[in-house]
Design a protein around this ligand. Structure first.
Ligand code: HIS
Length: 402
């Protein structure tokens, strides 16, 4: 019998882990420099937590049978779990809270292959208890800093506003709104043209489809849609954010008011980081503002604003793998300690002395059963720089491996 991993599950071997760690360490350093603290939530959650009201569809979640009346699932993302934790377990917390995570998530993937389960890795942040221009700008500048720390070039930020998009959709009759929404989300002009809408609404739908491109053009087009006061205020906020970001000069920015995320808890800006290397667009991360999510979990229903993003470690890996930034091999040991004449205790003691002598030193023991030539070959093979032969009197003879 051959044991296989479950469909869609992957094993990461030491080199995969070293490369993944390289990405994660760099991201973590950036999160720390911006004052974010790590949070670890449970991989398992109750289904009602995971679904965040109706924001995440049940069929996307891998559910578990636990035989009791609690319905459990594997987290498909972390924002809902963090929202639950903060309002229930950190009731005394003061705001803003700056939290980050680095974790695996599980999604049932219906698109690629029928009912295939998948495990992914995400790193991300949530900035809680702050709304307004500066909080939005912080999170987007943090995204840019993360990508900079990974030496990633050729990416674009697609920026939308869920609140504006939603209120523009409100003009469509309720029975057909979700079809309009889907057609716009998928840039599907053909379907849009066949929907039973008045000429005026057809016109509106077409304009909505075109609300994507250079920020100045999009902001001008959206203003032609007869906005009410709230919509106009949201557009003005978006304009201030775009101006601030563009003055920082870190962004290739595309404004897209037809951007609709599959997760439906967003209430304000939404965004995607897209890499356009080799003509293939890959979404490396996504996020947005959710000002009504924490209220779902809060014991008194109090709303606390939030904004965050996730970066997909798997997709970053895919883009970085071709750019020679990732470590090409697992780190070699610095020392091989060889006990001569069965002098194991002196050898273990010497090896420990070496380990304690420097911060990042790797020391391995030779476990016996091969002659000096085989030991040297092994060291060469594994790129180990030095061998310490421990003599019978406990003294070492150091040999540089050539
Ligand atoms: N949790 C979202 C990303 C996000 C973080 N914060 C806000 N949005 C996702 O996995 O798509």
């Amino acid at each position: 019998m051959v044991y296989q991993p479950a469909a869609g599950a992957r094993d990461l071997l030491p080199l995969d882990v070293a490369q993944k760690r390289w990405i994660e360490d760099r991201l973590q350093q950036v999160f720390h420099r911006w004052g974010y603290h790590r949070i670890i939530t449970s991989t398992l959650e109750r289904m009602d937590t995971l679904m965040a009201g109706e924001a995440i569809q049940r069929h996307k979640v891998i559910q578990l049978q636990n035989g009791q009346d609690e319905e459990l699932g594997l987290r498909p993302e972390l924002t809902a779990s963090i929202a639950r934790t903060v309002v229930t377990r950190m009731a005394e917390a003061t705001y803003p809270q700056r939290l980050y995570y680095n974790a695996n998530v599980f999604r049932r993937n219906w698109e690629k292959r029928y009912n295939q389960q998948q495990e992914y890795y995400q790193a991300g942040v949530e900035l809680l208890g702050a709304d307004g221009l500066l909080a939005n700008a912080e999170v987007l500048l943090l995204v840019a800093n993360c990508l900079e720390a990974l030496y990633l070039r050729g990416w674009q930020l697609i920026l939308g506003e869920a609140g504006i998009t939603k209120s523009l959709l409100d003009a469509f009759p309720a029975n057909i709104r979700s079809e309009v929404r889907n057609a716009i989300a998928n840039l599907d002009r053909v379907t849009l043209d066949t929907l039973p809408l008045s000429e005026e609404l057809h016109q509106r739908a077409r304009i909505m489809l075109d609300l994507r491109g250079k920020s100045a053009d999009v902001l001008q087009k959206v203003s032609s849609l007869n906005l009410d006061a709230d919509q106009q205020a949201a557009v003005n906020n978006l304009k201030s954010l775009v101006e601030l970001l563009e003055s920082e000069g870190k962004f290739s920015l595309i404004l897209d008011l037809s951007l609709i995320q599959t997760i439906d808890y967003y209430t304000g800006i939404v965004f995607e980081v897209v890499s356009d290397t080799e003509g293939q667009a890959l979404v490396l991360g996504r996020g947005g503002r959710y000002d009504q999510l924490l209220g779902l979990y809060h014991p008194q229903g109090q709303n606390i604003p939030g904004i965050g993003f996730e970066l997909s470690i798997d997709d970053l890996y895919q883009v970085l793998a071709s750019s020679q930034q990732l470590p090409p091999s697992i780190p070699a040991s610095n020392w091989l300690v060889v006990p001569e004449d069965q002098n194991a205790d002196a050898a273990f003691a010497y090896a420990q002395k070496l380990r304690d002598s420097a911060h990042l030193v790797r020391v391995e023991m030779d476990l016996g059963g091969r002659d000096a030539e085989a030991i040297r070959n092994y060291a060469r093979d594994r790129s180990i720089a030095q061998i310490a032969w421990i003599n019978s009197d406990g003294t070492p003879t150091i040999e540089a491996v050539s």
